[in-house]
Design a protein around this ligand. Structure first.
Ligand code: NAP
Length: 245
């Protein structure tokens, strides 16, 4: 048996786990950060919670006899991607990063590209903003008295967010273009803030903004992780087949 560890928290990770568990000779474990209260069910074994940095992950890899690792975390989850590279190199375990391609601006898109959420906040002062960045980093938009936010999260924040004017809604991808258009129209949204996450599950807001003629403040990705990178679940399965023997 070959022990595969998938670092998850994305749709691609779930899809990979589903397909990899059907491969003979692979034992599949997915690791989740433990942030989402009620994560979607996953095929194979699931572990949850941080490892305690790169050293903690190296210990886990040794103790669990992991042979192969796929980092299928979100493109903006830069810390874990760096830690796993360090841990795999220390233990001598083969690693590939599964990084879905970023969205690319289409005809009709009005994108304001920024490097981080601080810059995004500066771009939306005084507007009605659809904020789709999760619940953890809402503090970057704190204290903006003249700005209104529609905040969509998977789980509601434990504490009220530090936003002056806002409404929180819960929603779990995938979303539809019609649904996103209706939501933005209902709340008189005039700008969308999004990370350039890529993938299909959350693209509908970008297509809906285009259809409504609304600008999108698009946060560029952090630098890609060091080491081998593949762009799809199919490519990851091919990588696994090459490394399974
Ligand atoms: P991060 O900044 O790269 O990582 C922060 C810490 O969380 C890591 O040092 C690690 O703790 C722990 N961690 C992250 N992913 C983990 C995993 N799959 N298994 C076990 N521990 C994990 O990550 P993040 O941006 O907070 O994202 C957390 C999770 O949410 C990731 O799994 C990611 O795929 C998912 N996610 C993130 C975003 C986003 O915009 N950042 C969006 C959607 C989903 P230790 O150092 O203790 O090991």
């Amino acid at each position: 048996m070959v022990n595969l560890l998938i670092l998850g928290g994305t749709g691609e990770a779930a899809d990979l786990a589903r397909q990899a568990t059907t491969r003979p000779g692979l034992k599949v474990t997915t690791s989740l950060a433990g942030e989402t209260r009620d994560p979607a069910p996953l095929e194979g074994t699931v572990r949850s919670g941080g490892f305690g940095g790169a050293d903690g992950m190296a210990d886990y890899l040794r103790q669990s006899g992991i042979d192969l690792v796929v980092d299928a975390t979100h493109p903006f989850a830069a810390v874990i991607s760096e830690n796993v590279a360090e841990a795999c190199s220390a233990v001598g375990v083969a690693l590939v990063h599964l990084v879905r391609p970023p969205w690319v601006r289409q005809d009709g898109d009005t994108w304001i590209e920024v490097d981080d959420l601080g810059q995004a906040a500066a771009e939306v002062v005084g507007r009605r903003v659809f904020l789709t960045i999760g619940r953890v980093e809402l503090g970057r938009f704190a204290g903006m008295e003249d700005t209104w936010f529609l905040v969509r999260v998977i789980d509601p924040p434990a504490q009220p967010p530090p936003l002056v004017n806002h409404r929180i809604i819960e929603g779990r991808p995938p979303f539809t273009i019609d649904g996103e258009r209706a939501l933005m129209s209902e709340h008189k949204i005039d700008v969308v803030v999004s990370k350039n996450s890529g993938g299909g599950a959350t693209y509908a807001k970008i297509a809906a903004a285009r259809a409504l003629g609304l600008p999108v403040v698009m946060v560029r990705r952090p630098p890609p992780p060091d080491g081998p990178v593949v762009g799809s679940v199919e490519e990851t399965l091919a990588w696994l087949a090459d490394h399974q023997d």
